[in-house]
Design a protein around this ligand. Sequence first.
Ligand SMILES: C[C@](O)(CO)[C@H](O)COP(=O)(O)OP(=O)(O)OC[C@H]1O[C@@H](n2ccc(N)nc2=O)[C@H](O)[C@@H]1O
Ligand SMILES: Nc1ncnc2c1ncn2[C@@H]1O[C@H](COP(=O)(O)OP(=O)(O)OP(=O)(O)O)[C@@H](O)[C@H]1O
Length: 297
Amino acid sequence: MTAALLTEAAPAKINLYLHVTGRRPDGYHLLDSLVVFAQAGDVLRYEPGPEPLHLELKGRFGQVLGHAAAGPDNLVMKAAAALRGLAGPGADVRGGRLVLEKNLPVASGIGGGSADAAAALRLLDRAWRIDAPQAALLAEAEKLGADVPVCLLSQTIRMEGIGETLSPAPALPDCGMVLVNCGQGVSTPDVFRRREGGFVPRADLPESWANAQAMAETLQALENSLEAPARALCPLISTALADIAGQPDCLIARMSGSGATCFGLFPSAEAASQAADRLADAHNAWWVWGGGLFHHP
Ligand SMILES: C[C@](O)(CO)[C@H](O)COP(=O)(O)OP(=O)(O)OC[C@H]1O[C@@H](n2ccc(N)nc2=O)[C@H](O)[C@@H]1O
Ligand SMILES: Nc1ncnc2c1ncn2[C@@H]1O[C@H](COP(=O)(O)OP(=O)(O)OP(=O)(O)O)[C@@H](O)[C@H]1O
């Protein structure tokens, strides 16, 4: 198998809006969200070999997860273990080295760990010749985390239920995106626990938008229901949102997922990249990225 086939992108997930629409008896929250993926992401590589499967962490945020985090608790290794259970007689399950280039901040609302788990499912399904049906991969993804099914597909999609109900999204216009993370990890369960107030209805979306401006107008009327509790835990979210919104050409600034990463939408990838350069100059310890959306090959 060529190197290209043994490499998988794990793009960042961004919730353009996120409504908490209800709560299940087991405590999990029902959501309605428009999910897109950015060209920013982690990268997973696999070198098959005779030794037991193991994981190495590289990249700016590899250290944050720490050495111990390359063990069985890493979502990549959990995904590999789940995939072994799907292997039929024609499969060629091997050991070897997985290398995770961790470019995305950890516990940051852009699904880094979920994207890594999804990338591991896609990559090892191919490399080990398991060729599992997509429904079987989605079922394993669901067990690994609420965001893993959407990350398995890594395409613009509407996400409902607790994350498992995926349906086609409106056609997106061309646009650019800036991502800003202040460096403070935010725990997803803590943010859900701190949420106050009632539930928010499912959004009413058009079939498509004529341009990024029109999409931003729709999003202005929607919300991220987790933004208030996340701001209470991490006040720098408010600074990040104000700084993104203050950039020329910014159409809207919002928080993704359970935070703390915030995004801004721009009319083009170029405008986003210029805004990112300015934001990075102003906050050189923060993680800042600007560019286009990820389109699944
Ligand atoms: C906030 C989002 O990022 C939006 O895309 C996701 O819903 C969170 O997805 P995730 O990080 O993969 O979440 P999981 O690892 O499955 O769950 C972490 C914790 O978040 C809470 N949780 C998560 C998803 C959900 N729909 N309702 C919840 O209440 C639960 O307390 C759960 O124990
Ligand atoms: N490969 C991984 N990358 C990042 N975190 C991982 C990984 N494997 C396990 N984890 C654990 O998962 C926790 C959540 O990290 P992650 O980066 O996925 O959160 P998040 O960006 O808030 O995700 P979401 O948007 O899905 O809520 C981390 O605190 C970490 O301990």
